[in-house]
Design a protein around this ligand. Structure first.
Ligand code: S3P
Length: 428
């Protein structure tokens, strides 16, 4: 599908966003293995989070959509009748594998072409250390065969130093740890999003966190909960960048997730001169939720590196667009992980920029976009990557003529309402 985006004068309006993708996955999985009923309001509308629900339903959880909420009756999982389909979702396959590795039955899980190229060695290693038996295509790619306890025996807790910054891998190990004998300890090299730790506590697990070390106590009994997924800050980021770019913009976003392991985005934007105000903050289910006001502002540019790269990893395509329009440009370092996302995002950002006549220098671990650049009308290929489609739709608003985004439907992976919402708040 192709979307045409015309140049715009401003972004104006008040919006609320579908639930956070990361939090929705975790609530969907934990509710399915918890005893009793959970209700999740504002569950993500994206295809990725639906993949999680489809897998959990195939594993025996009873799942219904009711009045805008997802209602899940959880309990002991059952052997699925067919291969589990994680679609495009790295979060689904990586986190769910932790749960599957501990079940009595053997399961198979795979996904689409993009997912089939994503590295799974990072979860196979620690799960194997916990006693799991997993086979993968070429030893490291989906589909995975995850053997049941009759082949592998019960899992045991480990003390694991994560070799990379990955909340998905951390979560996979913690979810396996729920079923393991003995405590499970994960030590992170830098702090990554902590939604799993917060959700585990909410569902009744005992978990201790000291700086970057997480200890999950064995023998947790999870029970169903009433939950609300906050609006997705990573989805909000596209509109925030659009509002910053287009003079005269003013945007209010209600009920967005402001968990400190994600809200580094706001600090970074403010450090560049962005006028962003947090209007109100409260806590639901251990997660911070608030309202944001964003005003058009000239931004200076900046450097994203080290721990900040891990904290902003999903926002980098949108920030690259802002960087090109900033006064000093954007440098991104320590971002080799971008090369193994839904696409090689360093390459797909570069390809889109070249189409729009925007300069960028790339390297294996990052890139530099000089500032003060203009966006030229072009046809841009999303390469099937949701965040690339949405980032270039925002760049198109600031271009010198109408642009087309090829593969625009990929936005549906995390945010099916994206183009509709963008149209509602765009002033031409
Ligand atoms: C996610 C963690 C990040 C992020 C992904 C969602 C999560 O991936 O890029 O979109 O929900 O835990 P990694 O943990 O692989 O860095």
């Amino acid at each position: 599908m192709r979307e045409t985006i015309s140049p715009a004068r401003a972004i104006e309006g008040v919006i609320t966003l579908p639930g956070d993708k990361s939090i929705s996955h975790r609530y969907g999985m934990l509710a399915s293995i918890a005893t009793g009923r959970s209700t999740i309001a504002n569950y993500s509308t994206g295809a990725d989070c639906q993949s999680t629900l489809t897998c959990m339903a195939a594993l025996g959880a009873k799942i219904q959509r009711r009045d805008g909420s997802v209602v899940i009756e959880g309990g002991t999982l059952q052997e699925p009748g067919a291969m589990l389909d994680a679609g495009n979702s790295g979060s689904t396959i990586r986190m769910l594998s932790g749960i599957l590795a501990a079940q009595a039955f053997t399961s198979r899980i795979g996904g689409d072409e993009s997912l089939s190229r994503r590295p799974m060695g990072r979860i196979i290693g620690p799960l194997t250390e916990m006693g799991a038996r997993i086979e993968a295509r070429e030893g490291k790619y989906p589909p995975l065969v995850i053997y049941g306890r009759e082949h592998s025996g019960a899992l045991h807790g480990i003390d694991y130093h994560l070799p990379m910054a990955s909340a998905q891998v951390k979560s996979c190990i913690l979810l396996a740890g729920l079923f393991a004998q003995g405590d499970t300890i994960v030590r992170e090299p830098v702090r990554t999003r902590d939604h799993t730790e917060i959700a585990l506590k909410e569902f009744g697990a005992e978990i201790e966190i000291k700086k970057r070390t997480i200890c999950l106590h064995a023998g947790a009994r999870l029970s169903g909960r009433e939950l609300v997924a906050p609006g997705d800050l990573s989805s909000a980021c596209f509109f925030m960048v659009a509002a910053l770019l287009l003079k005269e913009s003013s945007l209010v976003i209600h009920g967005v997730g402001l968990n400190p392991t994600r809200s580094g985005l706001l600090d970074f934007l403010v450090s560049m001169g962005a006028q962003i105000k947090v209007l109100e903050v409260h806590q639901v289910g251990g997660e911070l939720i608030g309202d944001l006001r964003v005003q058009a502002s000239p931004v200076t540019g900046g450097v994203i590196e080290g721990a900040m790269t891990a904290a902003l990893i999903d926002e980098i395509p949108a920030l690259a667009v802002l960087g090109a329009a900033s006064s000093n440009g954007l440098t991104v370092r320590d971002a080799g992980e971008l090369r193994v996302k839904e696409t090689d995002r360093i390459a797909t950002i570069e390809a889109g920029f070249r189409q729009m006549g925007v300069k960028i220098e790339t390297n294996p671990e990052g890139f530099h976009v000089p500032g003060g650049q203009s966006f030229h009308a072009a046809q841009i290929d999303s390469a099937g990557d949701h965040r690339i489609a949405m980032a270039f739709a925002v760049a198109a608003l600031a271009a010198d003529g109408p642009c087309t985004i090829e593969g625009a439907e990929s936005a549906g992976v995390s945010f099916p309402e994206f183009f509709g919402t963008l149209r509602q708040i765009t002033q031409t």
